[in-house]
Design a protein around this ligand. Structure first.
Ligand SMILES: [Zn+2]
Length: 82
């Protein structure tokens, strides 16, 4: 009986932890913020500190990292030719 109770509070706790620490974003969200991330990077600011969730996603997701690198390269090209 007490074990069942503990399991229930544990499940509740886990659910709360998962709900209050949305420390992962999906590719869509990452892409939405990618231009800002690249702009910060180009401005010499710490994009990883300003947008840690994007940074974290880029570390895990090869697709978005490719996207990021392509965008960065493209914007650097524009900046240097201007
Ligand atoms: Zn992604």
């Amino acid at each position: 009986m007490t074990a069942e109770l503990d399991l229930n509070s544990l499940k509740k706790l886990v659910r709360e932890i998962l709900a209050t620490t949305p420390d992962e974003i999906g590719c869509d969200e990452c892409f939405d913020q990618l231009d800002r991330f690249v702009e910060l990077e180009l401005a010499g600011r710490s994009a990883a500190e300003a947008l840690p969730l994007v940074q974290k996603h880029l570390e895990r997701c090869a697709n978005c990292r490719e996207e990021f690198e392509a965008l960065l390269a493209a914007l650097r090209g524009i900046a240097s030719s201007a």
